[in-house]
Write a protein that binds this ligand. Structure first.
Ligand SMILES: Nc1ncnc2c1ncn2[C@@H]1O[C@H](COP(=O)(O)OP(=O)(O)OP(=O)(O)O)[C@@H](O)[C@H]1O
Ligand SMILES: [Mg+2]
Length: 347
């Protein structure tokens, strides 16, 4: 089976030094060549798979896809431009009739917009924090979200990989609120989403498979007590990429999370409903936090989850899969298998 691994690869000058690459978050969502090669090797570990990397630069990828020499595309392309950037290649592949792994354009575009995602979830009665969006740098919380109280979290509306979720995103008053809306408008040229702060435990949940066969892998807890105080209880950009480095990793994860059977069940059910309501395909990682009543709320959905291959890089999807007994190769092949099953492709 001929597989194209479609990925945006971080420019080399940004990855010569592990800690340097995160000073500027421009390419934070993209994959390093190290990761892309590891995924390709994982897929090639199956005797029936012949995988090659296709860089998702339109000039390179479009002609190669149009020749239609691939049986399936393994899509990890995070996109380059615009709020529908993750949906663009899946839409092209649908147009060309090429099978691909992972969610479709509607799901990818929705999930990249944290407000749209929550609107859909609310419609289906899935708990989310109170929220609104704004670009108004003169506003107040009373105007924006009268039913909410400080603290709130202020984030870019349409980013991933913790881009723009800084320690300062935890906001306690109107002056900080305005400063954060301004920061997001200046640095990311987009609206901010303002959410009531969920004070409870935080989990991230990997899902593999489809529909009624989708299953949750062992739940990862982000031990907020292990974060430096300046992170303000949020798993911020600094926490993810600056405090937690290969030379000095943060011991921040527990997998499987220590949960009562009731909470385990409640998180699992909420996550699987979210996955299916948004029509996620093959795999996703869904972030959850408990509200003040201990109820799991959905923070956001990642239909293209991070998949750093090295254990010490603390990537949560591979971590959950490892706890379930799957090594990296088996995990990537599990995603490919889920995709192929949907299209009736045997391998
Ligand atoms: N409403 C909230 N209440 C409490 N903490 C929050 C809230 N929203 C976000 N956070 C914190 O900020 C972190 C990053 O937020 P979020 O997951 O929305 O950003 P992201 O950049 O899309 O993340 P990822 O790196 O998982 O793609 C969360 O893991 C959580 O710790
Ligand atoms: Mg997240």
């Amino acid at each position: 089976m001929r597989v194209a691994l479609l990925a945006y690869i971080k420019p080399k000058e940004n990855v010569t030094n592990w800690s340097d690459q995160f000073e500027d978050d421009t390419f934070a969502e993209w994959d390093s060549i190290e990761t892309v090669q590891a995924v390709c090797d994982a897929l090639n570990s199956h005797p029936d798979v012949e995988c090659e990397i296709v860089e998702a630069i339109p000039e390179i990828a479009l002609p190669r896809l149009m020749v239609r020499k691939y049986d399936v595309v393994f899509n990890i392309a995070e996109g380059m431009r615009g709020a529908s950037r993750e949906a663009q290649f899946p839409a092209v592949m649908e147009m060309l009739g090429i099978p691909y792994t992972g969610s479709g354009p509607l799901t990818l575009a929705t999930a990249l917009d944290k407000a749209r995602t929550k609107e859909v979830l609310m419609h289906h009665g899935i708990p989310v924090a109170k929220f609104t969006t704004s670009k108004d740098t003169q506003t107040t919380l009373a105007k924006l979200l009268p039913e909410a109280e400080y603290p709130v979290v202020v984030k870019p509306l349409s980013e991933g990989s913790s881009k723009g979720v800084k320690n300062s995103s935890f906001v306690n008053n109107d002056a900080e609120l305005r400063a954060e809306i301004q920061r997001i408008a200046t640095d990311y040229n987009q609206q901010a989403i303002i959410e009531e702060f969920l004070p409870g435990r935080e989990f991230t949940v990997a899902v593999l498979g489809n529909g009624a066969n989708a299953r949750v892998l062992p739940i990862v807890e982000i031990k907020l007590s292990e974060l430096p105080k300046e992170a303000n209880g949020i798993y911020s950009y600094e926490a993810k990429w600056i405090y937690d480095v290969r030379d000095n990793p943060l011991d921040i994860f527990a997998c499987p999370a220590d949960l009562t059977p009731e909470l385990q069940k409640e998180i699992t059910e909420t996550v699987l409903r979210t996955y299916n309501v948004l029509d996620c395909k093959d795999w996703s990682r869904i972030d959850v936090r408990l509200d003040k009543n201990g109820k799991p709320n959905i923070i956001e959905v990642n239909p293209l989850p991070g998949i750093l291959p090295k254990i010490e890089d603390n990537s949560c999807f591979p971590k959950a899969a490892r706890t379930a007994g799957m090594n990296y190769n088996q995990t990537m092949l599990g995603v490919l298998k889920a995709g192929c099953e949907r299209y009736g492709i045997k391998f």
